[in-house]
Design a protein around this ligand. Structure first.
Ligand code: G3P
Ligand code: CA
Length: 317
């Protein structure tokens, strides 16, 4: 990685200002000076990698209105049950949920309004093309930070998401751009298999054991010296949840041992996610959180919904 200093990773784009994973949010993040733009990737029924955080479509699109009757028994609409043409007919909107009164409500009420604008779901290749174009027109080198979502679930449904993502990277000329692409995943087995077939840097995402991420993945073990030594065999870094790198004490936010331990094993540390409208316990504001992450813990990058605020913090250092 040739960047000097910590990297700003635009989490789902500039998602604090525009609907997550819209191309508009990626263009805005690029303009805000993000070093990397994040893509969460799932597949369509015809095997096309699209940029979408959930394996479901219902939290960020009008799928229920456009395709009533296409939900599975659990009431959810799965991207994998729709072909690309159908996916392209959907409108994308700010993340929402149905409240107890049966009304649709924004997940982050102070963000882009639910009923405004006109957005579409991008394919991974469309998004890469946008970023590549912006890099040329703006003389920048913003990179991709691609997450393979739920590879085990895709496999159980008969799909190979890793091969599909690597195919899209190869077709767009990004398969070997080791300084411009990170691949990230919660599933360690997927990363171990990827290590054999790609030179791109890999990031092991770390969740909590009770989050119900697919498979029997022991994230607590990953945070020990032995766990980090094992990760260092296949990955270049870890992506922990912020409370795994900072803890709230009377003295304020203090680092846990995780970042220093990961550095001892040669691993970069890119925690997720800075949200000014959802600060962790003990953080009064974004500046305090940035200070604790970059100065006290010494992390190497940060997933942020507000890339402008993170960039400004780092510039002012
Ligand atoms: O990929 C880093 C972070 O985005 C992981 O959480 O659920 O936002 O994809 P999630
Ligand atoms: Ca992600």
């Amino acid at each position: 990685m040739s960047k000097s200093g910590p990297i700003v990773i635009a989490h789902r784009g500039a998602s604090g200002y525009l609907p997550e994973h819209s191309l508009e949010s990626k263009a805005m993040a690029h303009a805000m000076g993000a070093d990397f733009l994040e893509q969460d990737v799932v597949l369509t029924s015809d095997g096309v990698p699209i940029v979408l955080h959930d394996i479901h479509l219902d939290s960020t699109t009008n799928v229920a209105r456009l395709f009533p009757g296409r939900a599975r028994e659990d009431g959810r609409y799965y991207a994998l049950d729709f072909n690309l043409q159908e996916i392209k007919a959907l409108s994308l909107h700010e993340r929402s949920f149905t409240n107890d009164s049966g009304e649709e409500q924004a997940f982050y009420p102070r963000r882009f309004p639910l009923d405004q604008g006109s957005f579409r779901l991008p394919t991974l290749k469309e998004e890469i093309s946008l970023i590549h174009g912006l890099n040329l027109s703006r003389e920048k080198k913003a990179g991709l930070y691609v997450e393979l979502k739920s590879p085990l679930w895709h496999q159980q449904q008969g799909y190979d998401i890793a091969t599909a993502v690597l195919g899209a990277l190869a077709e767009t000329g990004y398969a070997t751009k080791v300084d411009q692409v990170f691949l990230q995943c919660f599933n360690d087995q997927t990363l171990i298999a990827l290590r054999e077939v790609t030179p791109l840097p890999l990031i092991q995402l770390i969740g909590e054991n009770d989050w119900g991420e697919e498979g029997e993945i022991d994230y607590e073990a990953m945070q020990t010296a032995a766990g980090l030594a094992r990760i260092a065999n296949y990955a270049q870094g870890i992506g922990p949840w912020i409370p795994q790198v900072l803890t709230h004490r009377d003295s304020g936010l203090e680092p846990t041992p995780l970042t220093a331990l990961a550095h001892e094993h040669g691993l970069q540390v890119h925690p997720y996610t800075l949200r000014i409208d959802e600060l962790p316990e003990g953080a009064e504001n974004a500046a305090e959180l940035h200070q604790a992450l970059f100065e006290k813990a010494g992390v190497d990058g940060l997933f942020t919904d507000f890339p402008d605020i993170t960039r400004r913090y780092l510039q002012a250092r």
